[in-house]
Ligand binder design. Structure first.
Ligand code: C2O
Ligand code: CU
Length: 495
C-alpha cells in the first residue's frame, strides 16, 4: 500500500505496476491483424433485435504456441462485435458460465438503470443461487437479458464487466467487446466503410511462464484465499500490447482511406498514438469522432492521446504513402515493448471515392449559463482505516451513498479535481469539456465524450445535460484498479 506516485508522469510506464511477461514474446508485426466477428442476432422481430452471449472460460492462442486461459464473451477476447441501428431496441441475453458473478455494462449507452449494469446487479454463475450480498443489488441466477433502447447517435461503444471490486481482474482476463451504433446521419457521409472501417481494441497484458494472463490480485476462485487487491498507485500495466487480442499485429491495407475506431480497453495504460513514418505533410490522424460519436468537424492530429475507456475515430489515408511502405502505429508514452502497437503494410493504391467532409455533424454547445448546479468532485487518494485508497471527495464507493442527484431535464457543471491521472467516466449522459485548468478544452476534448482524462493536479470542468432515465447509476475513475479500489460514486437522477 503506497503513496500515489506523481513523479514521472510523462511516460505512463513509470506510474503503474508494470508486469513483465515470463515467456518468450513474439516478434512484433509478424502476426496477422484480426477484426472481431460481428454477432448475428438470434431473432429479429418488430420490437427488437435479440442476441445471446455466453460468458465462459476458454483456451486461446495469443502468444504463438502457447495456450492461455481467458474469460470471454462466447469464449472470445475481444468478445463479438454487436452492431445496432440507432433507435432499434437491442436485447442481449447473457449466460454466465464463469466461476464468478458477472455484470455487463454497455459503456456509452443511454440505458435505463436496471439494464445499465450497476456494480451489484449480478448474474450469478449457472447452477448457483442467490445469497444476500454486499450492496444488495438485483441478482439473476445463471442468465439475464439487458434491454438497450439505443436511441442515441452513431458511436463506438463497448461492453465490459463491471462487478463491484472485481472489474479490473475480470476485464484483464478478457471480458470486453465492441458495440457499434450506426445511424442515417453517419451513413450519409462518404466515410470509409465495410472492410475499411476497423474497430481496434488496444489493451496491454502480461503473461506468466505457463501462458496464463499474469495479474497481481489474489482471486478467491483461483487461489482459495480472500480476494484482496493491493492499491497499486497507477494501476496494472502489461508489457505486451494487444490489438483485438493479437500482440503487435501486422495489418495489410491498401492505398486508400481507412477509418480506425481506436478504443483503449487497457486497465490503466495511457497511450499517445502516432504514425511512424508520418505521411508527407503530417496531420496523418484525422479525428472524426470521439466517445459519443461524430465531431462537428474533423481535427487533424500528428498524435492522439487515449486514456482508459476513451475512443477516438480517425481516418488515415494510406494513399498518402508509397505502396510497400510499412507504417507503425507507435505509442509515444511507451518504452521498449510498449512503444509500438501495430503495423500497417501499405499495398497498391486503389480508386478511393471516400472523403472527409469538413462538416460532419451538428454539435450544439451546452451553455454554462443554463447550469442549475455546479458540483466539485475531487478524485484523490485518501487514508481510510489506516490504508490508502482511491476516493471521490474522500469517500470510498458505497452503494447507498449518493454523490450527485441531478434532476432530469437540467444542465450541470462538474468541476473535476484530480491528484493523479484519473480518466473520469460518467454513465448515462455524455458531456462536453468546458475547460482544463485556466485554459479552454484540450486538443482531444472536442465533441461529446463519456470519459475525460483529468491529469495530475488539474481541474477540469465538464457540462452535462441529464435528459433521461431516472434511477441509480455510477460515475468513476476508469483506471480499473482505481475503480475497484473505491474511486466510484453514485449518480442518482431524479424526475
Ligand atoms: Cu466502462 Cu463504468 O464503465
Ligand atoms: Cu484514477
Amino acid at each position: 500500500i503506497g503513496v500515489p506516485l506523481v513523479a514521472g508522469i510523462a511516460g505512463s510506464d513509470s506510474t503503474g505496476l508494470l508486469l513483465t511477461s515470463r515467456l518468450p514474446l513474439p516478434t512484433p508485426f509478424t502476426l496477422p491483424a484480426v477484426i472481431p466477428p460481428v454477432l448475428a442476432p438470434t431473432r429479429v422481430d418488430a420490437a427488437a433485435d435479440h442476441y445471446e452471449l455466453t460468458q465462459r472460460a476458454a483456451r486461446v492462442e495469443i502468444i504463438p504456441g502457447v495456450s492461455t486461459e481467458i474469460w470471454g464473451y462466447d469464449g472470445r477476447f475481444p468478445g463479438p462485435t454487436i452492431v445496432s441501428r440507432r433507435g432499434r431496441r437491442t436485447v442481449v441475453r447473457h449466460r454466465n458460465e464463469l466461476p464468478v458473478p458477472a455484470v455487463v455494462h454497455l459503456h456509452g449507452g443511454h440505458t435505463p438503470p436496471e439494464h445499465d449494469g450497476y456494480p451489484t446487479d449480478l448474474i450469478l454463475p449457472v447452477g448457483t443461487s442467490a445469497e444476500p450480498h454486499r450492496g444488495g443489488g438485483v441478482l439473476a441466477e445463471g442468465e439475464r437479458s439487458y434491454d438497450y433502447p439505443l436511441d442515441q447517435r452513431a458511436a463506438t461503444l463497448w461492453y465490459h464487466d463491471h462487478r463491484m471490486d472485481f472489474t479490473a481482474p475480470s476485464v484483464w482476463r478478457g471480458l470486453a467487446g465492441f458495440h457499434l451504433v450506426t445511424d442515417d446521419e453517419e451513413d450519409a457521409l462518404p466515410l470509409p466503410r465495410g472492410e475499411r472501417d476497423l474497430p481496434l481494441m488496444i489493451a496491454d497484458r502480461s503473461f506468466a511462464a505457463d501462458g496464463t494472463l499474469h495479474y497481481p490480485s489474489l482471486d478467491p476462485t483461483l487461489s482459495g484465499r480472500p480476494g484482496v487487491q493491493e492499491p497499486y498507485a497507477g494501476g496494472v500495466l502489461g508489457d505486451v500490447i494487444l490489438v483485438n487480442g493479437v500482440p503487435w499485429p501486422l495489418a495489410e491495407v491498401r492505398g486508400a482511406r481507412y477509418r480506425l475506431r481506436l478504443l483503449n480497453a487497457s486497465n490503466a495504460r495511457r497511450y499517445r498514438l502516432a504514425l511512424d513514418p508520418p505521411p508527407p505533410g503530417g496531420g496523418g490522424l484525422v479525428q472524426i469522432g470521439t466517445d459519443a460519436g461524430l465531431l462537428a468537424a474533423p481535427v487533424r492530429h500528428d498524435a492522439v492521446e487515449l486514456a482508459s475507456a476513451q475512443r477516438c475515430d480517425v481516418i488515415v489515408d494510406f494513399g498518402r504513402y508509397r505502396p510497400g511502405t510499412e507504417v507503425t502505429l507507435i505509442n509515444e508514452f511507451g518504452a521498449g515493448s510498449t512503444a509500438s502497437v501495430l503495423r500497417f503494410r501499405v499495398g497498391e493504391r486503389i480508386a478511393d471515392d471516400t472523403a472527409i467532409p469538413e462538416r460532419l455533424s451538428e454539435i450544439v454547445p451546452l451553455d454554462p449559463a443554463e447550469a442549475v448546479v455546479t458540483r466539485t468532485l475531487r478524485f484523490q487518494s485518501t487514508r481510510l482505516h489506516g490504508m490508502s485508497g482511491w476516493t471521490v471527495n474522500g469517500r470510498p464507493f458505497h452503494p447507498d451513498e449518493v454523490h450527485a442527484e441531478p434532476r432530469l431535464g437540467t444542465v450541470e457543471i462538474w468541476r473535476l479535481i484530480s491528484d493523479f491521472h484519473h480518466p473520469v467516466h460518467l454513465h448515462l449522459s455524455p458531456f462536453q469539456v468546458l475547460s482544463r485548468g485556466t485554459g479552454g478544452p484540450g486538443p482531444y476534448d472536442h465533441g461529446w465524450q463519456d470519459t475525460i482524462d483529468v491529469r495530475p493536479a488539474e481541474e477540469a470542468a465538464i457540462i452535462v445535460r441529464f435528459e433521461r432515465y431516472a434511477g441509480r447509476y455510477v460515475f468513476h475513475c476508469h483506471n480499473l484498479e482505481h475503480e475497484d479500489m473505491m474511486m466510484m460514486a453514485n449518480l442518482v437522477t431524479v424526475e
